[in-house]
Design a protein around this ligand. Sequence first.
Ligand SMILES: [Mg+2]
Length: 366
Amino acid sequence: MPNDFPMRKIIHVDMDAFYASVEQLDNPELRGKPIAVGGSSKRGVVAAASYEARKYGVRSAMSSVLAQRNCPELIFVKARFERYKEISKIIRGIFHEYTDLVEPLSLDEAYLDVTVNKKGNPSASLMAREIRQKIFDTTGLNASAGISINKFIAKVASDVNKPNGQKTVNPEEVMQFLEDLEIRKFYGVGKVTAEKMYKLGIFTGKDLKLKTEEFLEKNFGKSGSYYYNVVRGIHTSEVKPHRIPKSVGAERTFNENLSSEIFMLERLDHIAEELEKRLKKANIAGKTVTLKIKYSDFTLNTRSKTLAYFISAKSLILETAKELLYQEKLQNSVRLLGISLANLNTEKEQKDLKKETVSVQLKFEF
Ligand SMILES: [Mg+2]
């Protein structure tokens, strides 16, 4: 068991045949039938296949022509990404009931770091079960999960008992699990790399482990040291939640340079309106207003003011921006104006979260 680096509790949640399952959920006539999401045209590609279609060898990324040949009964359904996004949002909401350290890989997959979690639950396995149940109760869709000490193993493990299952690789099981793992199941090893590994006599994790780091780097470049480490249970990549922005802004470049402040005020009005929209959408407020002025000779001037309170309303943004505009005489005609808001109310949460993660005492109970 690797013990020279901090171990974490990572859950990888993966929806089962997501797009296809959503189509079967919304259209009962498609249930139990082999379906493919994607276009049926000559140039079409399968985006997702239902489990019924997979039995016939229909796979995602396969050409639609080949898919139809493998499964003559195959029903093609047009993708509805808006609908998938909608469900994805609901699922992410469930993840965030447990932790804010959620890293989505796509609409239907995410890593969760539950080392510290909002439920104070010490068992990642139980939480994974709960999460999958909640997903099913709210959406009617099945998910699978992998649970382990790092992202790599959690990702691989989520495939083990798919569909509608989960697999925990406990810290003491990690080494055996990785040694037994077929090389083509290593995350990051595609078809081409797998073929190359076979030629080098590497078929399982155990074979991989026998190779030196130099040998692997020589044959696989940068990926070589990745393979060398992951097979030893070493994968320190953190669960990276979507970056919360440090500032939010809006700006306009004008068709003609402006010299009159009256015109500038009119433009600032529009910019402030745009900024307010963005802030509302992200549900963010901030304390520091910055006015950016780019002159016709491309020199840049920024002026900032920090308020005692958080603002997000257009009227307050505009008022402060106007004040900043009049603060100093303009040097030249102006080609661009921008307003941004920093010192956001989301920053503190981020910092607190980090502190908490670092100071936690790890007690392992998967
Ligand atoms: Mg999936």
